[in-house]
Ligand binder design. Structure first.
Ligand code: C2E
Ligand code: MG
Ligand code: MG
Ligand code: MG
Length: 284
């Protein structure tokens, strides 16, 4: 009897998650059109200048019935259902428009995440170029983040597209560095400016000697290949001390700020230069 109940509840749980998936897939296009989705900006802080001139744009979906749907969930579904280009196009348009608005106040580079599927679309560089022209945004006000897996799918084709994006003057970053299937042979060929070391290595960096060693070695390797290094997911001061010692260039994480709405991000930027205590670990 117990086993039968177990199977029944397992199946109804499966039905529920299947229903949720179908809802998400079916409603995504209309949700984008009706502005149910929004964008948060997470500051990227330079350790050298102790200032902030960049942020990562992260998509948010607050669904009227399902509540907050994490991007990892709906992006994976959009990739499988073929809707990912709708998200990418929406993000490119909104973030480049935002960059145009902010450019008149202060120099900021806004980074957009691309899906591996975007990097098989040979029209992408041209479309981004047109958006930059349309909104009168200089290419260096935009960054694009791609994962290692995106490159490994079809290296020759993807590297050609990345090269075109780089030639436009857009800064490219390898996201989640260290977690994908990467090959050092491809890494050296990539027209990329930055690697972002995945949060998995940063999370316990102050306690875990292996993580610290990996981050130190990855930073040296990346610097040797002329890439800038960003650490993702820094949450505390002890971790910051490690990253400073290893010569990491830029840091992103809850320690400085969670992703913020556009208005709150501008507010945060205004207050940030006064937050010297955040950096005071080296002098202590
Ligand atoms: P990602 O590009 O690696 O983005 C960093 C993620 O780490 C974000 O999660 C951010 O909120 C989170 N994070 C940053 N600092 C900390 C920290 O100190 N602690 C913790 N626990 N988390 C931190 P988020 O916004 O949930 O996004 C998850 C992933 O979804 C992103 O990972 C990216 O792969 C994808 N994503 C988000 N927005 C977009 C988008 O517009 N397009 C595409 N294609 N993917 C997106
Ligand atoms: Mg990213
Ligand atoms: Mg990442
Ligand atoms: Mg990620």
């Amino acid at each position: 009897k117990q086993a039968v109940d177990g199977i029944a509840s397992y199946q109804s749980g499966q039905d529920e998650s299947h229903f949720r998936e179908m809802t998400i897939i079916q409603q995504l296009p209309a949700a984008l059109q009706h502005n149910q989705l929004s964008i948060c900006y997470q500051p990227k802080v330079s350790l050298e200048t102790q200032s902030c001139h960049a942020a990562e744009a992260l998509i948010r979906w607050h669904h009227p019935e399902l509540g907050f749907i994490p991007p990892d969930e709906f992006i994976a579904l959009a990739e499988h259902s073929g809707h990912i280009h709708l998200i990418t196009n929406w993000m490119l348009d909104r973030v480049i428009a935002q960059a145009a608005e902010w450019a008149s106040h202060r120099p900021l580079r806004l980074a957009i995440n691309l899906s591996p599927f975007d990097l098989t679309d040979t029209s992408l560089p041209r479309r981004i170029e047109q958006l930059l022209l349309h909104y009168q945004v200089p290419a260096n006000a935009i960054g694009l983040e791609v994962t290692e897996g995106a490159v490994m799918q079809d290296p020759t084709r993807v590297i050609a597209i990345l090269q075109q994006l780089s030639d436009l003057g857009i800064e490219l970053a390898i996201d989640d560095f260290g977690t994908g299937h990467s090959s050092l042979a491809y890494l050296k060929q990539l027209p990329v400016h930055e690697v972002k070391i995945d949060r998995a290595f940063i999370r316990d960096i102050e306690h875990n000697a292996k993580d610290a060693l990996i981050v130190k070695a990855a930073t040296e390797l990346a610097h040797g290949l002329q890439f800038k290094v960003t650490a993702e997911g820094l949450e505390n001061q002890a971790g910051l001390r490690c990253l400073q010692q290893f010569g990491c260039d830029t840091v992103q994480g809850y320690y400085f700020s969670k992703p913020l709405s556009a208005d709150l991000f501008i507010e945060w930027l205004g207050a940030f230069p006064q937050q010297h205590e955040k950096f005071q670990v080296m002098e202590s």
